[in-house]
Design a protein around this ligand. Structure first.
Ligand code: ATP
Length: 480
């Protein structure tokens, strides 16, 4: 089942359950404290908080999300993307726990030929909050094997806004990939074998005095109880499509295939190269989706996240041995893979691709200047660390030379070194920068002293003369 079809079935199902289906909001978060929309609930916060009246008390969406927090997991785990889609059904003071559990279980287990997702009941596992006997008995009533219902505490299965406000227990749904992927014992034993696909949050409490996730006070029950759920579309897709990870699903894999073609390296033959292929496929898609929502590369905020995604893509391909322009090869492939679910991508693609190609060109010009020095420094750092007793470090002098002579911003050296598993002596770099600044200041002073300033002497004298206050009509300077 294609990813777009999986999303369609979710929205159709919740439409039939009386939900208002709304399109995804922009990736540019409406919440000023986060750069991107990080979860399906973000556009609904005013309804969840009771600050605004929703157009309907049952709503559902397929929300585009970006989580930069997960960037280091990308390509290495089977389930983390920087861009992903979160399917969600929401109740604002309407239905509560029993229906939320019933809806989720029904969609998950209804056979595919009857419009559901058709997961095997024996492979589903649930986690529930310590005190939430209610949820446990509801899952059992749906037919879930009691052995497949596990218990977790505040840290994992209690949701709050991070401050005073609504909060409540949650229940997560996992799929068992089978013994070949890890140890037995359910999600609390192995989160790589048991993949979290859906989180149901039951907001029934008013919490206050939130010192930390585990140290808070429950002030009472909310009159207006909410349901907020989030299911990872890519995770559901990879499991239903019988793939090994989210990067091999129909919306992402075409970029991996394009990488294979242009590098001549077969995916699945070398673990290190595979991780890079997956990173590239993820980042190209994220860059596409972020730019389609209007962001352009820059040195701050969202623009900087985007710049890093493009740079990391180019750098990963370079390490794979591909030296030519990458984005013109891969961005159109990603766009074609995403278009069935996002036809609007076609409208902005010309602008988006021009900006992406321009960004890559500019980056390549910077790279071409200092890349040999950088590569040599990384090799030297790795060689010196051959026995792995000390961390491999690029010297501060090299980082300074790269900056001073070749125009490599230190952030770039740090990023590229990190991608190759090498550190940079940043303290020494800063020391050299400071020395350079004070040298420049002294030079400027010296230059000032060498210039003949005598022609300004008369003018200087007028400035040094006392200012005489002559009422509010005039201020004049008088020579002595
Ligand atoms: P995990 O612990 O596996 O990183 P999470 O607890 O951070 O997931 P939630 O915040 O509960 O996830 O998000 C709801 C759902 O969104 C998850 O059940 C998962 O299916 C999906 N999801 C979350 N983060 C990602 C990601 N980086 N890439 C793909 N899907 C994700």
């Amino acid at each position: 089942m294609r990813t777009a079809e999986i999303a369609k079935r979710f929205l159709n199902y919740f439409d039939k359950q009386g939900h208002l289906i709304v399109p995804s909001a922009s990736l540019i978060s409406p919440n000023p404290t986060t750069l991107f929309t990080i979860a399906g609930m973000v556009p609904f916060i005013p309804y969840l908080m009771g600050e605004q009246t929703p157009p309907r008390r049952r709503m559902a969406s397929n929300q585009k999300c970006v989580r930069t927090l997960d960037i280091d997991e990308v390509g290495k785990t089977t389930r983390h993307g920087t861009f992903f889609q979160m399917l969600g059904n929401f109740s604002f003071g309407d239905y509560f726990k029993e229906e939320a559990i019933h809806f989720a279980y029904q969609l998950l287990t209804t056979p595919q030929d009857q419009g559901g997702w058709g997961f095997d009941k024996d492979k589903l596992w649930m986690t529930t909050f310590t005190d939430d006997d209610e949820a446990r008995s509801m899952w059992k009533n749906e037919g879930v094997d009691p052995e497949h219902i596990q218990i977790l505490g505040m840290e994992d299965n209690f949701w709050t806004t991070g401050g005073p406000g609504p909060g409540g227990p949650c229940s997560e749904i996992y799929v068992d990939r089978g013994p070949e992927f890890g140890v037995d014992g359910g999600p609390i034993a192995d989160e790589n074998r048991f993949i979290e696909i859906w989180d149901l949050v039951f907001e029934n409490y008013l919490v206050d005095n939130v010192k930390s996730k585990t140290d808070l006070h429950i002030a009472g029950e909310l009159a207006h109880k909410n349901i907020d759920t989030g299911a990872g579309l890519e995770r559901v897709a990879y499991l239903l499509q019988g793939k090994q990870n989210i990067y091999e699903t129909d919306e992402v894999y075409p970029v991996i295939e394009a990488c294979e073609k242009i590098t001549g390296i077969k995916y699945g033959t070398n673990n290190e190269a595979d991780v890079k292929f997956r990173v590239v496929a993820d980042h190209v898609r994220s860059a596409l989706m972020i730019m389609s929502d209007g962001v352009r590369p820059s040195n701050a905020g969202r623009g900087y996240v985007l710049r890093r995604l493009i740079r990391r893509t180019v750098e990963a391909m370079r390490v794979l041995g591909y030296e030519d322009a990458v984005m013109p090869q891969l961005l159109p492939v990603s766009e074609a893979a995403m278009e069935p679910n996002y036809p609007e991508l076609a409208e902005t693609f010309k602008d988006v691709s021009e900006a992406a190609y321009g960004e890559e060109d500019a980056f390549r010009r910077t790279l071409s200047n200092g890349i040999e020095i950088f590569d040599m420094a990384v090799k030297k750092a790795k060689d010196q660390n051959a026995d792995e007793t000390k961390p491999a470090v690029v010297t501060g002098d090299t980082a300074f030379q790269l900056h001073d002579t070749y125009g490599f911003p230190i952030e770039l050296t740090l990023e590229m070194a990190a991608e190759q598993g090498v550190k940079v002596d940043e303290a020494k770099f800063r020391e050299l920068m400071n020395e350079q600044k004070s040298r420049a200041r002294q030079d400027a002073l010296k230059k000032r002293h060498n210039v003949d300033l005598s022609e300004y002497d008369d003018f200087k004298k007028t400035l040094e003369a006392p200012i005489v206050f002559e009422g509010y009509t005039e201020v004049s300077t008088r020579s002595r």
